[in-house]
Design a protein. Structure first.
Length: 160
């Protein structure tokens, strides 16, 4: 997405989600979010990180994280990273209890808005066939465009 006006936002279904930024950066909490949301989608890269790697990651000023809550339960989270004016939606997802309830479009709307609010010149995301089956359609519905498609054989796909 190259301009904020491209965003086709989605309102939050009821009951509402509260989306707040994690301003107190706790490595164990960020590790929990990553493991919990990513467990069904082969998010494995960071599971092997040491405590010092997690501490270094959360201290990075070019990384910000928001958590979505519904009635005080964690519904999902997204992580944004900034580099050279681009903001990537690095991680994005819902916990299993909140999938299929219409929250994904609203949460993605919030992620894209937060990226633009952070001064992005471009907002982008990677996705793959290991992600939720509706991930790509959600990105496209919010106004994102496909930039490039690549086919990669991956050991995770053979394990799924």
């Amino acid at each position: 997405m190259l301009e904020p006006v491209q965003l086709r936002g989605k309102i939050c279904p009821k009951p509402m989600l509260a989306v707040g930024e994690c301003t107190h950066r706790q490595p164990d909490f960020f590790k929990f979010l990553y493991a919990t949301v990513g467990q069904g989608y082969c998010w494995r890269e960071r599971l092997a990180w040491s405590d010092s790697q997690w501490s270094e990651h959360v201290a990075n000023e070019n990384m910000r994280t928001w958590v979505a809550y519904q009635q005080k339960s964690i519904a999902g989270y997204f992580e944004l990273t900034r580099q050279d004016g681009d903001v990537e939606i690095k991680y994005f997802g819902l916990t299993s209890d909140f999938i299929g309830k219409g929250y994904g479009g609203y949460m993605l709307t919030e992620a894209i808005r937060k990226a633009w609010d952070w001064g992005a010149k471009r907002v982008w995301v990677h996705t793959c066939t290991l992600d939720h089956k509706d991930a790509l359609s959600n990105y496209l519905a919010r106004g994102m465009k496909i930039y490039k498609m690549v086919t990669i054989e991956d050991e995770y796909e053979s394990e799924s």
